[in-house]
Design a binder for this molecule. Structure first.
Ligand SMILES: [Zn+2]
Length: 340
């Protein structure tokens, strides 16, 4: 354990803030470092635990936090407008939909990196765009192909990038960068895939939505290795040949409820300490299966959802809500534009 280590984003000094912090698997602990120059928290040393991912994928239907992906992959086959369905579910898909509709032409070549079960690439293709999914997991790519057709490639992104320099207009990356070691090198590989002027659209949990002394309020390590803020992306853009802007979530926040809108979210989060998801054998501690009967929600569930949204809207009108950063969400979406 070191007191200080260079920040993995801006290279300035980062200090240890959380020693022996809880891991995703029971009984495992990690050291968390924080860089105040670019508001970034990260696990050090950074190492991917492939065994944990095998455990998550093999139990994908009922791992809390990941089970929703299995649900979307299942439900999306039955909906009329796939991208609209996803955009209504989560902020990151809302952002992807709006950015595509407003800024990306149908003839542009899109690559989704970390396409997982394949439903986002499918939804984008349903809108008439040309999109391909790329994932390192054979299991995920096989499932994606079986559900949505042959538009998925199974390969490591670094290997793929070497052979496909400057091929794409748009690279999409939703909820991936927080899982990979050395995010800066990872971004270099993604940027090399883009044509000059091409766009890299990235979503990741947003450290800027929390007070800066909240050092880790995202998935436990080593599943997440980095917690990035808006300043992290600005710091990276200063070192590389791209400009950065952030998606404005105001329109999403008007319709959806989440705790970023509370002035008092800090105390709320303190009451919810994150606990390990897996035991040492890799089994899920509190399994929860969201995928039911291969169908869309039943009328009762639809009514419950409708009722919940009414309550949420009433709460959102209260003076407790945070009107100061209404453009922010628990997820940040950065749009990185490659220089000419
Ligand atoms: Zn830094």
């Amino acid at each position: 354990m070191l007191e200080k280590t260079p920040c993995i984003i801006c290279k300035k000094d980062a200090e240890i803030k959380l020693e022996n912090f809880n891991g995703y698997r029971e009984g495992e602990n990690f050291d968390i470092y924080y860089c105040s120059s670019c508001n970034t928290s990260f696990v050090w040393p950074q190492k991917v635990d492939t065994q944990i991912y095998d455990s998550i994928y093999s139990q994908a239907d009922f791992v809390p936090g990941y089970n929703r992906y299995a649900l979307y992959a299942n439900e999306i086959k039955y909906v009329k407008n796939a991208l609209k369905y996803l955009a209504g579910k989560e902020a990151m898909y809302f952002a992807v939909k709006k950015i595509l509709m407003q800024n990306i032409g149908k003839s542009e070549n899109i690559l989704e990196v970390g396409s997982g079960l394949g439903y986002l690439t499918y939804a984008i293709r349903q809108e008439g765009y040309s999109a391909t999914g790329l994932d390192i997991s054979t299991d995920a790519v096989n499932k994606a192909r079986a559900s949505f057709g042959n538009n998925y490639i199974c390969e490591d992104v670094y290997q793929y990038a070497l052979k496909n320099i400057g091929k794409f207009d748009v690279v999409l990356l939703t909820e991936i960068i927080e899982h990979v070691p050395d995010p800066s090198a990872f971004l270099d590989a993604l940027m090399s895939l883009l044509k000059p002027g091409g766009k890299l659209i990235i979503s990741t949990p947003n450290k800027s939505a929390y007070p800066s002394n909240e050092y880790w309020n995202t998935e436990l390590p080593p599943v997440h290795l980095t917690w990035l803020s808006e300043d992290s992306f600005i710091a990276i853009s200063l070192q590389k040949n791209f400009s950065v802007s952030f998606f404005d979530f105001s329109d999403f926040n008007k319709k959806h409820f989440d705790f970023t809108k509370y002035k008092y979210y800090e105390s709320y989060n303190k009451r919810h300490e994150r606990l390990p998801t897996l035991n040492l054998k890799g089994e899920v501690l509190n399994p929860k299966n969201l995928v039911k009967n291969n169908s869309l929600p039943q009328p009762v569930l639809k009514f419950k959802k409708y009722f919940k949204s009414i309550i949420e809207r009433i709460v959102m009108l209260s003076p407790l809500t945070n009107k100061k950063h209404f453009e922010r969400n628990l997820i940040l979406c950065a749009i990185l534009k490659k220089g000419q």
